[in-house]
Design a protein around this ligand. Structure first.
Ligand code: HEC
Ligand code: HEC
Ligand code: HEC
Length: 440
């Protein structure tokens, strides 16, 4: 080999070494198991509430007998990733992680050993959590039951299986600076923004992502399909005829119900009935205040009038164009979803007002009709039966009718979507609309 080759190899080795140093974070030495006595009961209790708001249990628990032991699958076009064991087990979990390592993982997305974590773990939001709240979370997790369990190996395809490449992702899409309160806004708004942008990671589901799975900054809260549920737009493009206001948002986030816009099902059912269940009322009010501001205050205080007009228009439209979809609606749905002509607002869940019907994406309507709504979702005291036995053709007719009645264009690709959802049901039990929720 010529001398030139040796020099070239040496130069490459130096570049690779330099890159490796830049890309790899140092490991933080394992500590003795964190002892229970170090944490005050008040801190642990606060941590429990915060862990709920952060939905740690939803993403890190497969079955209730293995709380926080990980193994939840995150499918992607590049293969599957599995959440880790965050119970305090010394080998399988984070039992020997010093506080410093926990904080680094939450704020920078780096594991104790120094490797980069994938953004399916919302460290991109958790970076905004205060020291005090992180301490409480750490106290809570270190005092859980250690669970011996190793989640399945990830099966991501090359090059997505190379963790160090996440360094490049972070360089492009991750701003490590924490969110700062806005002095122009009130205390309640700022509290809501802190919870939404941090622990609550609301935009992780409600914001569309680019092909590299990063949230599109210019389309914050514009609505997105996540895990086969459509997280409805919350910005000024929100599709509901009666726009959300502070009161309806409070009721929705507290009880899972709203008078006009619909109920919380699917992954949002989990957020409300499992995640926010223990959050104090003041935090729910704060979240409602912040969420209302996302639409630039589109509700002008005329909720009842707009609702009444929308319902009357829908009824007239339905009467003028009788269709096979309407026949089905009358036979299968109208026994529960009907209006009293004397008082159109008397019956709840009028579908021309409902975001599952008015959204750009048909997923929520199709899933609600096929799976029904169990006691663990929506209004806990109300259930709706599932209609999975309806043929594809009937589902299309029904959806077309409901769109027409709301004066909206028909959804495209309905058949394809129905096929995909049926396939999903074949693979797994309908997960979504009914699991009663105990944390975790
Ligand atoms: C949206 C799903 C999701 C939520 C919500 C979530 N996690 Fe995770 N978390 C993950 C995934 C997926 C990983 C694994 C990432 C990887 O392997 O790169 C992970 C990894 C972690 C890790 C790194 C563990 C290790 O061994 O490297 C910690 C610590 C962690 N999560 C703590 C939490 C805490 C605390 C909460 C709640 C405040 C939480 N997570 C909420 C999905 C989630
Ligand atoms: C895990 C994904 C996920 C997270 C996290 C999430 N949402 Fe949602 N959200 C959804 C889905 C899916 C829907 C549609 C559910 C339905 O129609 O019943 C939804 C619906 C909503 C709605 C009703 C919109 C409408 O017009 O029907 C509101 C309001 C809302 N979310 C607020 C929030 C807030 C505030 C947070 C943060 C605390 C949040 N969401 C976090 C998935 C999520
Ligand atoms: C036995 C009564 C009953 C029948 C029949 C019924 N529903 Fe429902 N439906 C309900 C109830 C009750 C709710 C509210 C559930 C809750 O609050 O938890 C609901 C909610 C809904 C929602 C709102 C979901 C959301 O996310 O806000 C839609 C959409 C819907 N139904 C469509 C239909 C369609 C279409 C049919 C006919 C195929 C139908 N329903 C038949 C009782 C029924």
């Amino acid at each position: 080999m010529s001398k030139r080759w040796y020099i070239a190899i040496a130069v490459l080795a130096v570049i690779a070494g330099g890159l490796a140093l830049a890309v790899w974070e140092p490991a933080i030495p394992a500590a003795d198991e964190a002892s229970r006595q170090d944490f005050s009961p008040g801190q642990v209790e606060r941590g429990k509430v915060l862990a709920g708001i952060g939905n740690c249990g939803t993403c890190h628990t497969v079955s209730p007998d293995k709380p926080f032991a990980g193994g939840v699958e995150f499918p992607s076009p590049f293969g599957s990733l599995y959440s880790t064991n965050i119970s305090p087990h010394p080998q399988d979990g984070i039992g020997r992680w010093p506080r410093e390592a926990f904080v680094r993982a939450m704020r920078e997305g780096v594991s104790r050993e120094g490797s980069h974590l994938y953004p399916a773990f919302p460290f991109t939001h958790f970076k905004n959590i205060t020291d005090e709240d992180l301490d409480a979370l750490y106290a809570y997790f270190m005092t859980r039951e250690p669970v011996a369990y190793t989640p399945p190996q990830n099966d991501l395809s090359f090059p997505f299986n190379l963790r160090f490449l996440q360094w490049g992702w972070k360089l492009l899409f991750f701003d490590p600076d924490p969110w700062q309160p806005d002095p122009e806004r009130g205390e309640q708004w700022n509290r809501g923004a802190y919870l939404a942008k941090g622990l609550g990671h609301c935009s992780a589901c409600h914001t569309p992502r680019n092909f590299m799975q990063a949230e599109k900054k210019d389309r914050a809260y514009a609505g997105a399909l996540v895990d086969n549920w459509y997280a409805t737009a919350l910005d000024e493009s929100q599709p509901v005829p009666v726009h959300w206001d502070r009161e309806s948002l409070y009721e929705y986030l507290r009880e899972g119900t709203s008078r006009f816009q619909g109920v919380a099902v699917g992954s949002m059912g989990e957020v409300v009935h499992r995640g926010l269940r223990l959050a104090p009322d003041s935090d729910i009010r704060a979240l409602a205040t912040y969420t209302e501001s996302l639409s630039g205050g589109r509700n002008n205080g005329n909720s009842r009038q707009i609702a009444a007009e929308t319902i009357t228009a829908a009824q007239q439209r339905a009467r003028s164009e009788y269709s096979p979809g309407e026949e089905l609606y009358v036979a299968a749905c109208a026994a529960c979803h009907y209006n009293d002509p004397q008082d159109p607002l008397a019956v709840r869940a009028e579908l021309s007002l409902n975001s599952a019907v008015t959204a750009d994406d048909p997923t929520n309507l199709l899933r609600v009709v096929m799976e029904g709504v169990g006691t663990g979702a929506g209004t806990p005291t109300l259930v709706m039966p599932g209609f999975s036995t309806l043929s594809d053709e009937n589902l299309v007719a029904l959806a077309d009718f409901l769109r027409e009645r709301s004066n909206l264009p028909p959804w495209k690709n309905l058949r394809k979507r129905i096929g995909e959802l049926r396939e999903l049901h074949r693979q797994s039990q309908p997960s979504a609309t009914g699991k009663a929720g105990e944390q975790p």
